[in-house]
Design a protein. Structure first.
Length: 369
């Protein structure tokens, strides 16, 4: 082969490789006077990583618990930039055994919900001490909400409030409702191929999860991670490899950690908040996507009505699926400013949410003496 042709092929391959796996950025960008750090601490006896960002050191502190388990929430923030670092000093924690916290030192036996809750408290205490505050805000997304809701229930004195993004309510029931919805949508849309794949691997069988049909169908029908994400491969896997605030090894460890968590966190799809947490003693704010079938929207509303809290607010994101914070960031920002007191007027709720909030306050005032 012509040497010039070989050289051209090599250069093209290098360009493609650089685009897919861009070089690691040694410094995390932040505004002057702000903070942008990758931090590693010994939490619960093992090395765990987190990214802390904020543009104003006077802002309140927020700990953000990732979904998955295994997909860093910082990836979502990186892929769908929001306002968070303008309104908070925000800490994105990668769960033990995943992402920045992946390593051979994490044992399968330590991958338990109880240990994750203990890790959350330890990171919270670190943030309180470092930034010299008595309390912080806690936010959680998807899987993280199964940890977050228990954390604020057990130690409310640590938290100003809890922001639940796609709160897990009753995951077995949610999975059943999602399966039934997807079959119905396939019939309506005449998608015979997807319908057959779902009926060949029905919910309740091992193939429903192991074959990948659950995630494939959710994204094909617009009820997965986001309304417009067509697949996990194109929407999460490839973009995660281009996240330059993580080294190449750390990017690969996202998926090694995801696999490890899937193998060890056997109760991911069995969590039932109705049975686990009936009340909390902090204000709670539910962000729910109308098209969310990963954590079924109707069950999020049902759990919101069930949960007893001193203040509670339910926000419906009409154009979102499982990631309303990132899909409708402008609406979320308005709500966050109300939560932190930067905006006095409560953002508009949908009619059903407003009714739930008022009825809760009425019952509280009626019972006081």
């Amino acid at each position: 082969m012509n040497p010039n042709r070989i050289l051209l092929i090599v250069l093209v391959l290098l360009i493609i490789l650089t685009w897919i796996l861009p070089p690691f950025t040694t410094r995390i960008k932040h505004n002057n006077g702000g903070i942008g750090e990758k931090v590693f601490l010994t939490i619960g006896g093992v090395r765990q990583g987190m990214i802390i960002k904020g543009n104003d050191m006077e802002k309140p502190v927020l700990l953000f618990l990732s979904g998955g388990p295994g997909i860093p929430e910082y990836f979502m923030e990186n892929q769908y930039p929001t306002f968070l670092e303008d309104e908070f000093i925000v800490c994105f924690l990668d769960w033990r055994g995943t992402g920045l916290s992946y390593g051979q030192f994490v044992t399968p036996e330590s991958m338990t919900r109880e240990q994750f809750i203990a890790d959350t408290f330890e990171v919270t205490e670190y943030l309180c001490e470092r930034f010299e505050v008595n309390k912080i805000y806690l936010a959680a997304h998807s899987f993280g909400t199964s940890i977050g809701i228990q954390a604020v229930a057990e130690r409310p004195e640590l938290y100003h409030g809890y922001i639940a993004i796609s709160q897990i309510a009753d995951q077995p029931r949610s999975e059943q409702l999602a399966y039934e919805y997807m079959l119905s949508q396939c019939e309506k849309e005449g998608n015979d191929s997807l319908f057959r794949q779902l009926t060949d691997n029905p919910y309740g069988t091992e193939g429903y999860f192991s074959s990948g049909i659950r995630d494939k169908a959710m994204h094909a029908l617009g009820v997965g991670t986001t309304r417009d994400m067509e697949s996990v491969i194109t929407g999460i896997f490839f973009p995660s490899l281009r996240m330059t605030d993580y080294s190449l090894t750390e990017r690969i460890n996202i998926w090694r950690g995801k696999s490890f968590a899937n193998q060890t966190m056997q109760d991911t799809f069995t969590f039932n908040a109705f049975e686990t947490v009936k009340s909390v003693n902090v204000p709670v704010y539910f962000f729910a996507g109308k098209y969310d079938y990963t954590c079924c929207y109707e069950l999020q509303r049902e759990y919101f009505e069930f949960l007893d809290a001193p203040e509670k607010y339910f926000y419906t994101f009409e154009n979102s699926a499982h990631s309303p914070l990132f899909e409708e960031s402008e609406k979320a920002e308005e709500i966050i400013k109300f939560i932190t007191g930067k905006q006095n007027q409560m953002p508009a709720l949908d009619a059903s949410s407003a009714a739930m909030t008022r009825s809760h306050h009425t019952s509280n005032s009626g019972s006081s003496s």
